[in-house]
Design a protein around this ligand. Structure first.
Ligand code: ADP
Ligand code: MN
Ligand code: MN
Length: 361
């Protein structure tokens, strides 16, 4: 399958990447678009950022929102407000990546800016020190829109050998996974691991534990890095929750959660109280847990049914799983297994806070 790998492109590029930048830095502004994708564009900043500078020190920028379905053509400017800055693993020092919120010209957050509301919830309830850990599953596709390495006609052998698989015929594109892992570590993303998933060409990486708004920021950056790395290898990243119908596992975004009260002795009663509250707002959660999630949450393939809220210890067929270790110790964290791979982490983490602790002030 090496024919899709555009390695020579990178080799030619290297001699230019080494050229001196004469004191300027490149800033890649990244934002979230109308369909859960990422977009980015570059600008030169003439003074190289110094240690300890803040996102607010960077210029607010804008883009043509009519080209991304984020604004009407007759009032198309959408503003990019820097909110988090990372070192750029593609261009190296002194270049940076600037994660930005999208704002309309009238001073309201853009329809697809879910970070703004999430940040308010995190600030309101910061005293609980909420930790999140998200497990991002994804599927790699070739340029013919076939899962990478799948036979040109028909299907691979049934699921079984692929999860955490090692060896040819079991996993593909480990080079992309490794490059992405390194890129995340370089940028300071709190990536906590990776593994091959149940369906061939499906992988997972985990980010966390992250405190509050950092969860959404780090997961979106990790997604950006993954799309960008895979682009260099000529491979597409899909966050579809059920990329292949039938007896093939879907893709989720399991969301692990704890507060400072849950993480200490006696924590289980806080975990149980939180789960009760989640039960009362199942529909509201499902509404923001990803498009097409009904194809995935069938009650089969390690999922709970979308119709019904359930929870249990070590139960991978329920909505909420209490890990065995948490149950044994009597404190720890729980896992919300409902979110789909394409959900917005700002919406997931935001509604978890809202349901458990109430609206933002
Ligand atoms: P699974 O057993 O469901 O596959 P993973 O090991 O893939 O779990 O992911 C577990 C996630 O939970 C990681 O991202 C980790 O950072 C996160 N996590 C661990 N402890 C906590 C905690 N106390 N609160 C919130 N998240 C946690
Ligand atoms: Mn996992
Ligand atoms: Mn999980």
């Amino acid at each position: 399958m090496a024919e899709n790998h555009h390695v020579s492109y990178t080799e030619n590029l290297m001699k230019y990447m080494k050229l001196d930048q004469k004191g300027s830095a490149m800033a890649e502004y990244v934002w979230i678009d109308a369909v859960g994708g990422v977009r980015s564009k570059s600008r030169t900043i003439t003074s190289v950022p110094k240690e300890g500078f803040k996102p607010e020190d960077l210029p607010v920028w804008n883009f043509d929102g009519s080209s991304t379905n984020q604004a009407p053509g007759d009032n198309s400017d959408v503003y990019l407000k820097p909110v988090a800055v990372f070192p750029d693993p593609f261009r190296g020092v002194p270049n940076i990546i600037v994660l930005s919120e999208t704002w309309n010209a009238d001073g309201t957050p853009n329809k697809y800016n879910h970070r703004h509301e999430c940040a308010k919830l995190m600030e309101t309830h910061a005293a609980h020190i909420p930790w999140f850990g998200l497990e991002q599953e994804y599927t790699l596709f070739d340029m013919d829109d076939r899962p990478y390495g799948w036979p040109k006609a028909g299907y691979p052998a049934p699921q079984g050998p692929y999860y955490c698989g090692v060896g040819a015929g079991k996993v593909v594109c480990r080079d992309i996974v490794e490059a992405h892992y390194k890129a995340c570590l370089y940028t300071g993303i709190k990536i906590s691991g990776t593994n091959a998933e149940v369906m061939p060409a499906q992988w997972e990486f985990q980010v966390g534990p992250c405190d509050g708004i950092e969860m959404g920021d780090h997961l979106w950056m990790a997604r950006f890095l993954l799309h960008r790395v895979a682009e260099e290898f000529g491979v597409k990243v899909s966050l579809e929750p059920k990329p292949i119908p039938g007896d093939w596992n879907g893709a989720g975004l399991h969301s692990n959660f704890s507060t400072k009260e849950m993480r200490v002795e006696g924590g289980m009663k806080h975990i149980e109280a939180a789960i009760k509250k989640l039960e009362g707002r199942h529909k509201e959660h499902i509404a923001v847990y990803g498009e097409g999630n009904e194809q995935r949450l069938t009650g089969r393939h390690e999922t709970g049914s979308i119709e019904k809220f359930t929870y249990g210890v070590a139960d991978r067929g329920s909505s909420i799983r209490i890990p065995r270790e948490t149950a044994a110790k009597g404190y720890g964290y729980f896992e919300d297994r409902r979110p789909a791979s394409n959900a917005d982490p700002y919406q997931i983490t935001g509604i978890i806070m809202e349901t458990i602790f109430g609206a933002a002030k």
